[in-house]
Design a protein around this ligand. Structure first.
Ligand code: SAM
Length: 271
């Protein structure tokens, strides 16, 4: 997969992406990265690419023409004839999530435009952007970190990038639940043992325990992810047990209400 990034800070992107797993994937030729410095396309010739906003207001706006020229150059490099899928990182976009990463990983070429200052002249966005994406409801100084967040998550979906092809499949969000807790050596660490089921060698019991831990963790941390339609009979049984043993499990009022809601609805459906 080939990533292209239009930015004012190419060194930030290069350094971040050439590290660890994504760096190794680039060495192996599974990923490639080309950064385009928007400043090189300044129309004033002195590297300036921003100007005051029409209508007044705080801050500066990135001008349309340098970005458009950078984009034209980028198209030539991708040999894409007319258009490439281009993500503009913006707090006003759709919020990035795992399914979006999975979908974008199907592209052969994917480009990103990193904004800065108050943002980018709307006219060039309308001309070239295909997707508007935010990484969360907060405002950062630039689009470089969001672009790296997206490229990192997308890279994990590219075949061969993760050494164990399973590890991307069973992670949080892959089945709509958060991942179960993980343990490694030693068996006893500062008086805390590894849960005995993980040492039992019984794969069926390990799988069941992990799935139940995923349900519990999702209920605790992200109850909004629990959807009644994706729960099977075994899941419902486990959730009933949790509710029955609410005192032992130390469930909060909110967790109890989520459970009651899920189980109540499921009962009505099965009537
Ligand atoms: N004035 C803009 C607004 O209110 O929507 C915010 C501009 S922000 C200071 C500068 C740049 O950072 C944006 O153009 C965008 O590329 C990037 N950025 C900031 N927060 C972001 C977020 N949550 N997700 C994606 N990109 C973000």
């Amino acid at each position: 997969m080939n990533f292209y990034v239009m930015t004012l800070f190419p060194e930030m992107i290069e350094q971040g992406m050439h590290t660890s797993i994504t760096g190794r994937a680039m060495e192996k030729g599974l990923l490639s990265l080309k950064t385009v410095n928007i400043r090189d396309y300044s129309v004033t010739g002195n590297g300036r690419i921003d100007d005051y906003p029409y209508g007044g207001g705080a801050g500066m706006v990135m001008q349309a023409e340098p970005i458009y020229r950078a984009y034209e150059d980028l198209l030539r490099q991708t040999r894409a004839q007319d258009k490439i899928r281009l993500v503009y990182l913006t707090p006003q976009g759709r919020v990035f999530h795992q399914a979006m990463a999975q979908e974008l990983a199907q592209e052969e070429n994917l480009a990103f435009l990193c904004g800065h200052y108050e943002g980018v002249d709307e006219r060039v966005l309308e001309a070239i952007v295909t997707d508007y994406v935010s990484i969360g409801d907060y405002v950062l100084t630039g689009g470089e970190l969001p672009a790296m967040v997206m490229m990192d998550a997308i890279s994990r979906m590219v075949p061969g990038v993760l050494s164990n092809s399973d590890s991307g499949v069973s992670e949080s969000f892959s089945d709509g639940l958060l991942e179960y807790p993980q343990y490694s050596r030693p068996e006893l660490w500062r008086g805390c043992p590894v849960p005995p089921v993980l040492l039992s060698g019984h794969h069926g019991n390990v799988d069941r325990w992990r799935h139940e831990q995923s349900l519990l963790r999702t209920l605790r941390n992200r109850p909004d992810l629990l959807k009644k339609e994706s729960l099977n009979k075994e899941d419902l049984k486990y959730l009933w047990k949790l509710l029955e043993e609410e005192m032992d499990n130390g469930l909060s009022a909110e967790e109890i209400s989520v459970l009651k809601n899920l189980l109540g609805i499921s009962l009505k459906l099965s009537d």
